[in-house]
Design a protein around this ligand. Structure first.
Ligand SMILES: Nc1ncnc2c1ncn2[C@@H]1O[C@H](COP(=O)(O)OP(=O)(O)OP(=O)(O)O)[C@@H](O)[C@H]1O
Ligand code: NI
Length: 276
């Protein structure tokens, strides 16, 4: 499946996810947006997960974290450090060894000052100091800590999310689209931060639409299409016309970027402009 020499940290094999839904009042149907996903992240490795909107990236993250909605069922195999990831184990690891930067800023509590939210889960005596450091690190002013989520811009909320989500001592960081709407300087800061985690030995799953930014730090890129992993490529294979990429979809995704020959036909038909 891959040729990483790094010790496997997270292995996801043959993952499928289905939802049972009621429609027309009482009739039940099952939809299956995730058909066959696989991905593997080694210790100290950054794997970017890319794919069009609706391809299943967030569901993959939520399945690993054990936070799928109640009407979801999953099948397949997930291993963390060689051990089967049960729902109980996921709950133990979540927020500790496995940290999660969610896609939506709605994960923040609208009724709590953001400074307080960053302090959640920290030892009382050091919480304020750590919050101060984190705010500095992510370019937030000390006075911003007193604000409520609705008083912050989208970019600032992203930074707060990062500060609330990532803790020292994490072994696996799952970042779901951590960079949209963010100032370029903060974008590069966030990428640097993720690279730093990996240098310290943590594995990083970086879910994003922004392939070019992801390639700045990723070791490998998993390409998802319609709930399937179509290819896991070395980051270095994203060069030139994409001749070293194995899957045709991956090649077209790469060529559709403005930096390349900007395949407009592909953008319209397959991914939609908003994804690029
Ligand atoms: N709770 C749910 N019930 C039913 N279908 C769902 C549910 N959550 C997600 N889906 C479907 O699963 C598919 C994958 O969704 P997911 O959120 O993982 O996509 P994504 O790749 O993260 O997209 P984006 O890039 O827009 O965030 C979509 O077709 C979505 O409609
Ligand atoms: Ni998503």
């Amino acid at each position: 499946m891959n040729n990483t020499s790094k010790k496997p940290l997270l292995q996801v094999e043959n993952l499928s996810i289905s939802f049972s839904q009621y429609f027309k009042g009482t009739q039940k149907r099952v939809i299956r947006p995730i058909v066959d996903l696989h991905v593997e992240i080694g210790e100290g490795e950054i794997v970017a997960v890319v794919g069009a909107s609706g391809s299943g990236k967030s569901l993959l993250a939520h399945a690993v974290l054990g936070i799928l909605p109640g009407n979801a069922m999953w099948e397949g195999r997930m291993l963390y450090r060689g051990e089967i990831l049960t729902e109980e184990r996921k709950a133990q690891l979540r927020g500790g060894e496995i940290s999660f930067i969610p896609q939506s800023v709605n994960y923040l509590d609208p009724l709590m000052q953001v400074g307080k939210q960053v302090q959640i889960g920290l030892e009382k005596s050091v919480a304020q100091g750590i919050q101060k450091e984190l705010f500095q690190q992510y370019g937030l002013k000390e006075s911003d800590g007193k604000l409520y989520p609705h008083e912050l811009s989208g970019g600032m909320l992203r930074r707060v999310l990062f500060a609330t989500s990532v803790r020292e001592g994490g072994r696996l960081v799952i970042a779901d689209e951590p960079t949209p709407g963010i100032h370029p300087e903060i974008l590069s800061e966030i990428l640097k931060q993720l690279a730093q985690f990996s240098k310290k030995g943590a594995g990083v799953m970086l879910i994003t639409h922004d392939i070019m930014s992801a390639l700045e730090i990723a070791d490998r890129v998993a390409v998802i299409k319609d709930g399937r992993t179509v290819e896991i490529a070395e980051a270095a294979a994203f060069e030139g016309k994409g001749e070293r990429l194995k899957d045709e979809y991956t090649q077209r995704l790469w060529r559709a970027l403005p930096q390349n020959d900007f395949d407009l036909e592909f953008q319209r038909k397959d991914v939609g402009m908003q994804c690029l």
